[in-house]
Design a protein around this ligand. Structure first.
Ligand code: FES
Length: 87
């Protein structure tokens, strides 16, 4: 169990896995900026669409001291990336 979710790619632009992000958080990242700096997730050419996963993952850990089985994406609209879709 668990092996698959760890290798889930959260940031497709920079090919950053969930494992890498969790490691960065465990190593002391407490803000999205810390995650951007240490993993390069969230700062790719798409403008950061993965931030809506990074945010909840980080929040969950800060609150619970552990990571959720499934990341609940933050779709509240406060994701910083402009929501451009290829049309
Ligand atoms: S998917 Fe993470 S910055 Fe594009």
């Amino acid at each position: 169990m668990g092996a698959k979710k760890k290798t889930e790619i959260i940031c497709r632009c920079n090919n950053v896995s969930r494992e890498t992000i969790e490691q960065a958080i465990k190593n002391g990242a407490t803000t999205l900026n810390d995650i951007f700096d240490t993993t390069s997730a969230g700062v790719g050419p798409c403008g950061g669409s993965c931030r809506r996963k990074l945010g909840p993952l980080l929040d969950y850990y800060l609150k619970n001291g552990t990571f959720p089985d499934k990341i609940t994406e933050d779709l509240s609209g406060k994701a910083p990336a402009p929501q451009k879709k290829d049309t």
